[in-house]
Ligand binder design. Structure first.
Ligand SMILES: Cc1cc2nc3c(=O)[nH]c(=O)nc-3n(C[C@H](O)[C@H](O)[C@H](O)COP(=O)(O)OP(=O)(O)OC[C@H]3O[C@@H](n4cnc5c(N)ncnc54)[C@H](O)[C@@H]3O)c2cc1C
Length: 337
């Protein structure tokens, strides 16, 4: 049995099945309601029922809702099941500013080398916590002495039970040396997030995404999110790296382009002299885009990776017609402490 939930303020509706919570139904249908713990404790998903009835498991009020609030018609959407069609007054997450910044302890569940220079870290939050974020955002790892290092989230928001990071090695780098040499499965880290505004923008324009090295991490999150939303805007993914092995998730991107006709993949390698059997593009990745698209005026551009690559995009693309308002970027600047 299913019911219709109407968000009165936004004039949006979605269907909730009998065996799922209202929040689960909303997120499944790409209706971005705010949440925190998803466990009835934090109150971030509190909303007001204007019409209809709900119930909680075992008829117990969740910890994050007082008896008084319940009587006033407030509900915690992460715990409530619908018993009828519902009219609800709720806030929605429309921009990164709508999500509260939080700190969490988290445990490393996977620390695997993808090649000589990149590791993939998977972090698990405490069972009672979830990190709500938008595709393309990043977190800070909080280190001793108040130092912090930023890393883009590589997983899409609908897979929020884990956090995936792609970490590049820098010789002498404070965090990357630690991550490559000493970090082990089950280690505890402290993080803060979500941060950043490099997120998917609504538009009807074709998209070019440009990743440099581990700048692929947020691109992966953005593409997986767009696929989940059935967003079929033409999408050209350019991934720039030095050598073939630096394209550490080449097979994933190839698979996207095989399974989804609106996606094309153009890997670009800069150390051509080290290449044996490479028939693809060579040189700097931004130059490959300029070569392929003489007029960029109709595109949305997303660029992420090392500062020289992002700067080159910012400087050269408007000269080839790009509207600066349609350029979204995240530059992997080194921390100053
Ligand atoms: C928003 C954002 C997202 C990011 N996401 C990712 C990501 O997903 N994956 C990823 O691998 N990295 C990412 N970074 C970069 C990351 O935060 C760190 O800067 C990087 O990992 C280096 O940190 P470290 O502690 O290892 O090195 P550091 O101790 O900071 O030093 C890095 C190395 O470079 C040298 N160095 C220091 N400052 C400079 C400078 N200004 N110019 C040139 N060289 C310098 C140092 O001598 C050292 O050898 C991101 C950065 C930002 C701002």
């Amino acid at each position: 049995m299913s019911f219709k939930v109407q968000l009165t303020k936004q004039d949006i509706n979605f269907i909730v099945e009998k065996d799922e919570t209202i929040l689960e139904a909303a997120l499944r249908q790409e209706c971005s309601l705010p949440y925190g713990c998803r466990n009835g404790a934090c109150g971030s998903c509190k909303a007001e029922i204007l019409n209809g009835s709900i119930e909680y498991p075992n008829s117990e009020l969740p910890e994050g809702l007082s008896e008084k609030e319940h009587k006033q018609g407030y509900v915690l959407l992460c715990k409530a099941n619908a018993l009828s069609d519902l009219d609800i007054k709720a806030r929605m997450v429309e921009t990164s500013a709508d999500i509260k910044l939080k700190q969490f302890p988290c445990r490393v569940t996977t620390c695997e080398k993808l090649n000589d220079d990149v590791i993939r870290l998977v972090l698990e939050l405490p069972k009672t916590e979830r990190l709500q974020f938008l595709a393309g955002q990043y977190i800070d790892i909080l280190m001793k002495d108040g130092k912090r290092r930023s890393f883009s989230l590589a997983n899409p928001p609908h897979e929020d039970q884990k956090l995936e990071l792609h970490i590049r090695y820098y010789e002498g780098g404070l965090f990357s040396e630690y991550a490559f040499k000493d970090l082990k499965d089950k280690a505890l880290l402290r993080i803060e997030g979500p941060l950043g505004q490099f997120t998917l923008q609504e538009s009807d324009r074709p998209i070019i995404m440009i990743a440099g090295g581990t700048g692929f991490a947020p691109v992966k999150s953005l593409v997986e999110h767009a696929l989940e939303k059935n967003d079929t805007r033409p999408l050209h993914i350019y991934w720039g790296a030095r050598t073939k092995t630096d394209l550490y998730f080449d097979s994933i991107v190839k698979q996207w382009s095989i399974e989804h006709p609106h996606i094309s993949y153009i890997p670009v390698l800069s150390e051509a002299d080290k290449l044996n059997n490479w028939n693809g593009k060579t040189g700097f990745v931004h130059e490959a885009v300029l070569e392929d698209h003489s007029d960029l005026s109709g595109f949305d551009i997303y660029a992420c990776g090392p500062p020289p690559m992002v700067n080159a995009v910012v400087e050269s693309f408007p000269k080839q017609g790009l509207n600066k308002d349609r350029l979204f970027s995240d530059s992997f600047e080194f921390a100053t402490n």
